[in-house]
Design a binder for this molecule. Structure first.
Ligand code: CP
Length: 325
């Protein structure tokens, strides 16, 4: 167990060692147990987290805010649109100033080519930990909650297969960060990962290269294919969600045209039945119901989406308690 995580930023989980992540999971499980037992845990009494959003959120905002309250502290909601960021506050100024008012800064900024570098610039100027609530490249707290959910269902996931697949969506071109963070994390825990997507929907090549290296070190496999049905066969985890063709085109209309070629990429009962008997369906939400996944699957007995959403709370509380105390 790591006891020296105070002051650490969490921007990409790959920057945290396997030992560090084991500690996060251990503390998250302990905090979840305490909450189930009604045991108060005011570890961050009188502390404040600034939460700065450049992009919409339901789960991330609600779980960080509830988590800070449960830890005895307070979460301050800020958004770029209604703050002076819209009038020129720089990343350095945000890091310096919010770092002097608060005990942690959490940021969501998913703009392609801008989000991660903004968060890193704030972190460079901040005297307190900076937590990535999702950027253009990573969604580390989602991946941590996803891994926690997999471990709760299967125990040690070593040797199990997880399929991270693209899916069709019509609502908007969804960020690529959740599948990228998960593809980096699961091989470190010995899971055999199948990454499945149409040819135009690649993950960033450097992410894939790092994921393959993590798999090699853990003696796990990391396979890439464009065959949705084959990718689901006998798998234990179906993590099927849409993402934009950002590595192929940044043109919105062209991106939409590419997406619309693959309207058959939906997780339905037939496809679910080809996975292993104890397989679970996962999705970080929001989902395009009956487009990405049918109601029957997402509301069915194999769906883990609500546990996954709940575990955002416990996983993030562990991160905050360990970095901000
Ligand atoms: N999964 C997730 O990050 O949800 P929100 O976009 O609602 O925060």
């Amino acid at each position: 167990m790591q006891t020296g995580l105070r002051g650490r930023d969490l921007i990409d989980l790959s920057e945290w060692s396997r030992d560090d992540i084991d500690t996060l999971l251990d503390v998250a499980m302990s905090l979840k147990r305490d909450r189930a037992l009604g045991r108060a845990h005011p570890i961050l009494k009188d502390k404040t987290l600034a939460m700065l959003f450049f992009y919409a959120s339901t789960r991330t905002r609600a779980s960080f805010e509830a988590g800070m309250t449960q830890l005895g502290g307070h979460a301050m909601f800020l958004e770029s649109r209604t703050s002076q960021i819209a009038h020129g506050d720089t990343a350095k100024e945000i890091g310096e100033i919010l770092g002097r008012y608060n005990d942690g800064i959490a940021i969501r900024h998913v703009d392609w080519g801008a989000g991660n570098s903004y968060i890193r610039s704030v972190a460079e100027a901040s005297r307190v930990p900076v937590l990535n609530m999702q950027c253009d490249i990573y969604h580390p707290h989602q991946a941590l909650a996803d891994l926690m959910t997999i471990i709760e269902r299967f125990g040690d996931p070593r040797g199990r297969t997880a399929t991270i697949s693209w899916a069709y969506a019509t609502s908007y071109q969804k960020p690529i960060s959740a599948p990228q963070s998960l593809a980096l994390l699961l091989p470190r825990f010995g899971m055999n990962v199948r990454l499945v997507h149409p040819p135009e929907f690649t993950l960033m090549p450097e992410i894939v290269a790092r994921a393959e290296e993590f798999a090699r070190r853990a003696h796990a496999s990391f396979e890439i294919s464009d065959d949705f049905d084959k990718g689901l066969a006998d798998t234990a985890v179906i993590y099927a969600k849409s993402w934009g063709a950002v590595n192929t085109t940044t043109d919105e209309a062209e991106g939409k045209r590419l997406i619309d070629q693959y309207s058959s990429w939906i997780t339905d009962a037939r496809r679910m039945s080809t996975a292993s008997d104890d397989a679970i369906f996962m999705h970080p939400l929001p989902a395009d119901r009956n487009v990405e996944v049918t109601d029957e699957v997402i509301d069915g007995p194999q769906s883990a989406v609500y546990d996954e959403a709940e575990n955002r709370l416990h996983a993030q509380k562990a991160v905050m308690a360990l970095t901000m105390s």
